[in-house]
Design a protein around this ligand. Structure first.
Ligand SMILES: O=C(CO)[C@H](O)[C@H](O)COP(=O)(O)O
Length: 229
């Protein structure tokens, strides 16, 4: 990642903290942009802000602990006030591809149970159509080969995710198929088709969920609210 992109991520990630108010339960998303949100939030907590977070990945949990952000979980709360998360692609309708870090299931759980979802990203994530970034689909390890064949029949090239010559295992003990569609004409339809497949746990398509996008680029940090939310 270039130094400049990292500065954009920092600017977007830190801006999101302005939405956090005392007493809130916060969904803590995943990724290198959210890292900056967590770091800034940790400073506010040290100054006396009283909040609790639910982390969406083990990595985020580690950072939250490092920054001394108090944590809670779904055994204590059912609804979160706000979630702040990253994205791999954002289309003009505020639909997202997520899961580049492999945390899509926990991210979707946290984001879907929040009253407001804020997405933080650098400007390279804005696209006219989803699909250039391979769509992460979490699948059961058992029979993943047949699940991959079914996904292939939808027009994708699914690639089993690996890390350091081993199969990547999600925080939930599952596999990730990175599905190369190149263009996704109807993200909502594709999400539903994938969800109906035996063996698919969840897709990285986040449809109709985002309330606000904070996007940082060369000249400014833009806050774009969904027109109908
Ligand atoms: O979905 C995610 C992880 O599963 C991340 O939010 C997404 O990959 C964006 O990451 P980054 O902020 O590092 O670009």
């Amino acid at each position: 990642m270039s130094e400049q992109v990292n500065l954009f991520k920092k600017a977007a990630g830190e801006k999101a903290v302005e939405y956090i108010k005392d007493g809130m339960i916060i969904g803590l998303g995943s990724g290198s942009t959210v890292y900056w949100t967590l770091k800034k939030l940790g400073e506010l907590v040290e100054e006396g802000l009283n909040v609790k977070g639910i982390p969406s990945s083990l990595r985020t949990e580690g950072w939250a602990k490092e920054f001394k952000i108090p944590l809670t979980d779904f055994s204590e709360v059912q609804t979160l006030d706000i979630a702040i998360d990253g994205a791999d692609e954002i289309d003009p309708d505020f639909n997202l591809t997520k899961g580049g870090g492999g945390s899509l299931v926990r991210e979707k759980m946290v984001d879907a149970h929040s009253k407001k979802l804020i997405i933080v990203a650098d400007e390279s994530k804005m696209v006219s159509q989803l699909g250039e970034f391979p769509l992460p689909v979490e699948v059961l390890p058992f029979g993943w080969e047949v699940t991959a064949k079914k996904i292939e029949a939808l027009g994708a090239k699914p690639v089993l995710r690996e890390r350091e010559d081993s199969i990547f295992i999600s925080n939930n003990g599952n596999y990730i198929l990175d599905c190369h569609f190149h263009t996704i004409a109807d993200p909502k339809k594709l999400h539903h088709e994938l969800k109906q497949m035996l063996g698919v746990v969840e897709t990285g398509l986040f449809i109709d969920m985002t309330d606000t996008i904070i996007i940082a680029g060369q000249n400014e940090v833009k806050v774009i609210d969904h027109p109908n939310k």
